[in-house]
Design a protein around this ligand. Sequence first.
Ligand code: C5P
Length: 263
Amino acid sequence: MTTAALPRTAPSRTAPPAARTAAVIPAAGRGVRLGPGAPKALRALGGTPLLVHAVRAVARAREVGLVVVVAPPQAAAEVRHLLDAHPLPAAPAAQGADVVVVPGGATRQESVRRGLDALPGEVEIVLVHDAARPLVPADTVDAVAAAVRAGAPAVVPALPLTDTVKEVEPQAAGAPEPVISTPARARLRAVQTPQGFQRAVLAEAHAAFAGAGEGATDDAGMVERLGQPVVVVPGHEEAFKVTRPLDLVLAEAVLTRRRADGY
Ligand code: C5P
């Protein structure tokens, strides 16, 4: 579906070095757990759609020269207009990132694959970032990109867990669930995005595991299945995913604090 790509600027310019790093932002989810309403990526946070926050967050990172937004299939034109109405602030580097919109698929995995298909040939490093993580700091994005540039095939930002985790035998909602195991908490990490990849490695993973059921919710997991090494770098507590209504309350509070701090 790359023909449906709606470029903001003509893609004919000579790519600067930064364009070798691109971000794919899957934003095609319905956001059912957030309650009824518009697709999650289009819901407002501080008066601005989640997706716009997420695009700005990755575009603020020095390395990113291109952002591919994967929109809900029925709302690609709406998303294009939305992004045009919320232009990126002037980039700290000499050039701003281009933003392209493509329609997404039925699963996150399919949406990411469509985003990858829209990347031009010169892109060597890909960051995949959930639209649902609107407040990821630019330093986290830079750290992931730098680790890939330093040679890691796949890099994941993650945090230690505060809760202990148990593996269970799932039952119907509300029914007691037998515990199978309690993994040692110190060895567990809660994974965030952006996840960073050598483009060729991620493309190989998506080609190898295409179209299975509900699809992968985690790109790095697909790379692990390829047998390629994946490393974790420190994530950030403000890179949390907005999934449930309480997450939106927290996100509003973080944004209010940032604005008070002049961020
Ligand atoms: O559903 P979940 O919270 O795991 O979604 C993570 C990200 O993947 C969200 O930004 C969502 O918009 C995106 N997604 C997508 N296409 C889908 C399902 C989810 O782009 N079919």
